[in-house]
Design a binder for this molecule. Structure first.
Ligand SMILES: *Cc1c(COP(=O)(O)O)cnc(C)c1O
Length: 389
């Protein structure tokens, strides 16, 4: 990437530190390229320490972690799984891999995450239709903690296990407790665009030793305990390599620093974009008790802004802003397109109104990479100022 285009400002590019190469170097030197080795064990221990959970299994992607997590929760053909509509498609795809159906739930406007009232409505209605949802996937979008006490209470009331998709929320907290440890199973992603990366990777965390062992077993082709290759169950090849785990160990050392920088970037945008007409940095402020890693800073076009005249409001869409930023070689992206609006999920049941559809229609993600300096932030502000001028 660096050799292609020095000038381009990317949304959330990888940001490596000084120690990743040491871990990778050691693995190569020791010929420990495979199988699972010290970097893998070290990376898992680092994640356990950061998240405050006893067990972690490092995997080839966050999607793989969601897939295995749903299997651990017993999801199978014909089951229904509750899932926010406002998320990346990887949250829901593994539901379909298992022959189950996602049931989509709208967002609440404060955090943009799963609405607890809509959740309750959905569960009551599915029960009335004779089907109890098998699991709930809870996402913390853009790093912002969902309404945990309310969601946990509903899940507990109906005894539905939670898979916490914290792919975007490594380093975020609720009441000083790291996200990822609030469900039966938690999931992280170390994809190239996330706050930390192994180029591609993921992790499953849990408090349950039996579940962790099962995840490890399933991730390595489900080999029975026999001297020959014997398999009684369907397995997967989902383990992270010892090489990539080395990158992960170097990255994990940087987590507090990276969270601090993402939050500074968010605060910078809040301060410096405040006077621009027609847009607002959102969701802000953080609800009490929440600490978001502010993985991506997002803005909403606000047609009700008193500083915006009617003509500007009508002309302004996320796409006009995105295209203008593009002329200045700045990458920006629309918010996640809600899954209930995806052709792939046209037939899936859904509960709620237009909260997330409206956010999608008005929102844009701004460059938020931790390597950005003041000069680059100013470039984004100038480009937005031009577009809104
Ligand atoms: C990135 C992401 C995933 C998938 O992780 P991969 O490592 O890319 O497979 C899942 N859920 C959400 C919300 C994500 O942002």
């Amino acid at each position: 990437m660096r050799s292609q285009d020095y000038d381009r400002l990317y949304l959330s590019p990888p940001h490596l530190g000084r120690h990743e190469l040491n871990y990778v170097h050691k693995a190569v030197e020791d010929n420990w390229v495979a199988p699972a080795g010290p970097n893998l064990a070290g990376f898992e221990a680092d994640i356990c320490a950061a998240v405050g959970v006893p067990y972690c299994v490092a995997l080839s992607s966050g999607t793989a972690a969601i897939h295995l997590g749903l299997i651990l929760l017993g999801v199978g053909p014909g089951d229904e799984v509750l899932c926010p509509s406002f998320t990346f498609v990887a949250t829901a795809n593994p539901v379909v891999y298992l022959g189950a159906t996602p049931v989509f739930i709208d967002s609440e406007p404060d955090t943009w995450n799963l609405c607890p009232e809509r959740l309750r409505e959905a569960i009551v209605d599915r029960l009335a239709k004779g089907k109890k949802p098998k699991a709930l996937i809870l996402v913390h979008l853009y790093g912002m903690p969902a309404k945990l006490p309310e969601v946990l209470a509903v899940a507990q009331e109906f005894d539905i296990p939670i898979l916490e998709d914290a792919a975007e929320a490594l380093g975020s907290e609720w009441q000083q407790q790291p996200l990822g440890g609030f469900g039966r199973v938690g999931v992280f992603s170390f994809n190239g665009n996330k706050i930390l990366t192994t180029s591609g990777g993921g992790a499953l965390v849990t408090y349950d030793r039996v579940l962790a062992e099962k995840a490890r077993f399933l991730a390595t082709q489900a080999k029975d305990d026999a001297p020959y290759y014997q398999h009684s169950q369907l397995g997967y090849n989902y383990r992270l390599s010892n090489i990539l785990a080395g990158i992960g160990r170097g990255q994990m050392e940087l987590l507090p620093e990276r969270v601090k920088r993402r939050r500074e970037i968010f605060a910078w945008y809040c301060e410096h974009l405040a006077a621009l007409p027609g847009i607002a940095v959102a969701p802000a402020p953080e609800p009490a008790g929440s600490r978001s890693n502010r993985w991506l800073t997002t803005i909403l076009i606000n047609p009700a802004d008193p500083n915006t005249d009617g003509a500007l409001a009508r002309a302004l869409t996320p796409e006009t802003l995105r295209l203008h930023l593009e002329t200045r070689n700045i990458e920006s992206r629309p918010l996640w397109k809600p899954l209930h609006l995806q052709p792939l999920f046209a037939d899936a049941p859904r509960y709620g109104g237009d909260v997330c559809a409206d956010l999608f229609a008005r929102g844009l993600c701004l460059p938020s990479g931790t390597a950005m300096g003041e000069g680059e932030l100013r470039r984004v502000k100038e480009a937005l100022t031009e577009a809104l001028g």
